[in-house]
Design a protein around this ligand. Structure first.
Ligand code: SF4
Length: 242
């Protein structure tokens, strides 16, 4: 499958990036001295959604439609504006900040943090916004390492010893925070290097089909793909455009 491009983009991915753009705009506007109200924010969401839409964006869950996702986006943003944004007294350090940390010869960790800021008490934090239906369970591959690694990067960048790493779950209106100090940051880097070593020494990479095959843009080409009929929107689109 070398050289193949993904055949479609899921509407969930599109919803996530559109909502992220609006959140970035909200905090950017605040830094420029204005306070967008809910309606301005929802107008921004609607225009960003229609401007970015294209035919490769696919509804995977065949019982749903575009309006379902638009409504979900409006609900998430509305709640965020009401319960978080209007009460948020923290200071923004940077938005959508590219972070990187060289870990060893040839290994560089990189990522993009949604928002880096400082609490009213001056504590550095990194927060990552999640539009997923469920909250992560804290395990390494259920977004557990992502925000802590971003926090480890900003510790290095700002030469500080403690930062907060958070996930804000937009569908639930809750934030989970974890305190990361410089010793924990070192352990996180060691763990990343261990994972890189395991990957490099693995001889082969067998396919691991599962429910996520429905959202995989290569599912029309993959012999191991397992896509249930009710989640076949992407697969059908990919087959129709081959
Ligand atoms: S097994 Fe599933 S997720 Fe993996 S490449 Fe194939 S279709 Fe994609």
């Amino acid at each position: 499958m070398e050289g193949l491009k993904e055949s479609f983009r899921s509407i969930e991915s599109y919803l996530g990036s559109t909502v992220h753009d609006v959140l970035e705009w909200l905090y950017g506007e605040r830094d420029r001295g204005s306070k967008p109200d809910e309606q301005q924010m929802l107008d921004r969401f609607a225009s960003r959604w229609s401007e970015g839409w294209n035919d490769d964006i696919t509804i995977i869950r065949i019982d749903e439609n575009q309006e379902t996702y638009l409504r979900t986006g409006r609900e998430m943003l509305d709640r965020f504006h009401r319960e978080t944004f209007t009460r948020d007294r923290s200071q923004t350090v940077s938005l959508e900040q590219r972070l990187s940390a060289p870990l060893s010869d040839g290994v560089v960790f990189t990522g993009i943090a949604d928002r880096v800021g400082r609490t009213e008490q001056g504590r550095l934090f990194v927060v990552d916004y999640k539009t997923s239906r469920s909250k992560g369970n804290g395990s390494e591959f259920s977004e557990g390492l992502q925000a802590p690694l971003y926090a480890a990067c900003v510790l290095k960048l700002h030469g500080e010893r403690v930062a907060l790493a958070g996930y804000h779950y937009l569908r639930h209106g809750t934030t989970q925070w974890r305190r990361i100090d410089d010793e924990q940051a070192e352990r996180l880097w060691a763990r990343v290097l261990e994972l890189v070593g395991e990957t490099e020494s693995a001889g082969d990479f067998p396919a691991r089909p599962g429910i996520l095959c429905a959202w995989c843009g290569f599912n029309a080409h993959c012999p191991a793909a397992e896509v249930p009929d009710r989640f076949a929107g992407g697969l059908r689109y990919a087959q129709s455009t081959r």
